[in-house]
Design a protein around this ligand. Structure first.
Ligand SMILES: NC(=O)c1ccc[n+]([C@@H]2O[C@H](COP(=O)([O-])OP(=O)(O)OC[C@H]3O[C@@H](n4cnc5c(N)ncnc54)[C@H](O)[C@@H]3O)[C@@H](O)[C@H]2O)c1
Ligand SMILES: O=CCCC(=O)O
Length: 519
């Protein structure tokens, strides 16, 4: 399969391509280390850029800058911050093609999808521009008539925003848009795999007029543990917001304990996708394709356990496979591609482990099941994670970061995929008989982020939505993304909500004032 090669040279607005960190309004290398790291295109393994590996000293400087900037930024009017956010949003839309290309090159997702994320990311800026002016306190009726009680809200302080590699723009704007709307100043820590999209966002935010020090950005890949620890332990930071794995979320929470920071954690999911016998088949298939294959299965709300009621199980499997056969797999820059590469080579190994484990427990791989044969011919195989002979067999003649869209039937409770998200384009089909049974199966899980219910029975959709132990339920659709809808989870998926009217509250404190009116 030929790859239509695009590079960062195709980005028209070259000002978006700063290969440095941002501290106090200056684009800088590390002040204490000469180390660098490469940002790599997962479709070709080409090096896209080399960035400074910043460390805890740089992080402390970024925090100092944000801390100083907070002293004046917190006094700005909500309307002036709203204007800055709107300007930033407009610049994102003006630069949408360039931003999408940068994202596709570093993350792998298809260009059309990347453009969709640019628009989705910009929507958070517009949304929080509106929300900035809606922040208000209340007048509380006092029990003691000699007093009057009012509350008002204030920005919490410096916010550290740690964003993942799967949504390199939207997770930045969802966090930082809310923080800046509230009047907080920010230190951004994008994932080391996809820092270029965040850097481009910081450039546009500067152009929109955000004052120096309000936005600082640390570039890090292998120093991420010390950078994360500094952000969590530095007493000048008052809020940490993280999207990523549950493993890292738990670590950050421990590190934040010493300074008792306010925390938002949007962590791993294991979304149940439940198709009832009464579902419209077209709706179910379309929702499953979006819920599973968006970003090659690498979204925190990816449909991970596909429960199908017995009456339509076989027909659903048949039609789903027919549809999956039409999905083009390839480099995200190639015309018509729907499924891009996985962002990490370690993601392929995880997917392969899930396939092997399902087979061992009696699952039938009815479509796909391996890294793509013949993909990326001419490119060096990146298969360094594979070090035993059996596994090496999986990757023979393959380009490891592309995984075949895969369907496995006969999924069972004891399989690995039941307990942890695969984060790859793998559909595992579980058969169920009754509503009660599927609710129990869906809730038998230590995380609870997204979920999907496909049914034409409105009463059932309410019953099931109320019974599921999750933060979000999609009914007859396969996506949960809307800036005006609160996003977040329960159980091991973390806490706090992003977007919605709740999103800005995560960056505010409520202060109460009690006034003596008796004399
Ligand atoms: N909720 C999400 O959107 C999301 C995003 C990425 C990964 N995941 C889940 O995690 C699994 C593994 O992905 P991974 O290999 O990237 O996960 P990981 O646990 O290695 O890293 C996750 C994120 O945390 C950051 N990180 C790592 N160590 C850190 C530290 N000590 N301090 C601060 N930040 C740190 C990384 O930069 C990355 O962005 C995936 O398969 C998926 O299940 C979820
Ligand atoms: O993966 C996390 C975010 C996904 C989304 O906002 O749709």
């Amino acid at each position: 399969m030929a790859t239509q090669k695009k590079t960062l040279d195709d980005v028209k607005n070259k000002s978006l391509l700063r290969h440095k960190g941002l501290i106090n309004g200056s684009w800088v290398d590390s002040s204490s280390s000469k180390s660098t790291f490469d940002v790599v295109d997962p479709a070709t393994l080409d090096v896209l850029a080399t960035l400074p590996e910043m460390d805890k000293h740089d992080t402390a400087l970024a925090v100092d800058a944000a801390f100083e900037a907070f002293k004046t930024f917190k006094k700005t009017s909500a309307r002036s911050r709203a204007r800055l956010l709107r300007k930033w949003s407009d610049l994102c839309i003006e630069n949408a093609d360039d931003l999408a290309l940068i994202m596709t090159l570093e993350n792998g997702k298809p260009l059309t999808e990347a453009k969709g994320e640019v628009v989705y990311g910009a929507s958070f800026l517009e949304w929080f521009a509106t929300q900035a002016e809606m922040v208000h306190g209340e007048v509380v009726p006092p029990a003691n008539l000699g007093q009057r009680i009012v509350t008002f809200k204030q920005p919490i302080g410096v916010a550290a925003c740690l964003a993942p590699w799967n949504f390199p723009i939207a997770m930045i704007t969802r966090k930082c848009g809310a923080a800046l709307a509230a009047g907080c100043t920010t230190v951004w820590k994008p994932a080391g795999e996809t820092p270029l999209s965040a850097i481009a966002q910081a450039v546009l935010a500067e152009q929109a007029g955000f004052p120096k020090g309000t936005i600082n950005l640390i570039t890090t890949l292998t120093t991420v543990a010390e950078v994360g620890e500094e952000l969590c332990k530095n007493p000048k930071v008052h809020k940490v917001s993280f999207t990523g794995s549950t493993r890292v979320g738990k670590l950050l929470m421990q590190q934040c304990a010493s300074t008792l920071k306010k925390l938002s954690l949007e962590l791993g999911g294991n979304s149940p996708f439940i198709v009832f016998d009464d579902a419209k088949m077209d709706t179910a298939i379309q929702a499953c394709i979006m819920g599973k294959f968006r970003n090659s299965g690498q979204t925190c709300v990816t449909a991970n356990r596909i429960f199908v009621q017995a009456g339509i199980y076989d027909e659903f499997a048949k039609q789903l496979i027919e549809r999956i056969k039409t999905l083009k797999v390839g480099a995200g820059t190639e015309e018509g591609v729907f499924v891009g590469p996985l962002t990490h080579e370690r993601a392929v190994e995880k997917a392969m482990n899930h396939v092997e484990d399902a087979k061992k427990h009696g699952g039938q791989v009815v479509y796909g099941g391996k890294p793509m044969k013949g993909m990326g011919k001419g490119y060096v195989c990146a298969c360094t994670v594979v070090n035993d002979e059996e596994k090496a067999g999986w990757f023979a003649d393959s380009f490891v970061q592309f995984f075949e869209p895969t369907v496995i039937t006969g999924m069972k409770k004891e399989m690995l995929t039941t307990r942890e998200e695969t984060f790859a384009p793998l559909v595992g089909l579980y058969k169920f008989e009754t509503e009660e049974e599927v609710i129990e199966l869906a809730n038998d899980c230590d995380v609870g982020l997204g979920s999907f219910v496909i049914t034409e029975n409105m009463a059932r959709s309410w019953r099931v939505a109320e019974a599921l132990e999750v933060g979000m339920v999609g009914v007859n659709l396969g996506m949960l993304s809307a800036c005006e809808s609160p996003f977040g989870g329960v159980k091991g998926s973390g806490f706090g909500r992003e977007g919605g009217t709740q999103g800005i509250d995560e960056y505010l404190i409520t202060k109460s004032m009690l006034i003596n009116v008796a004399n």
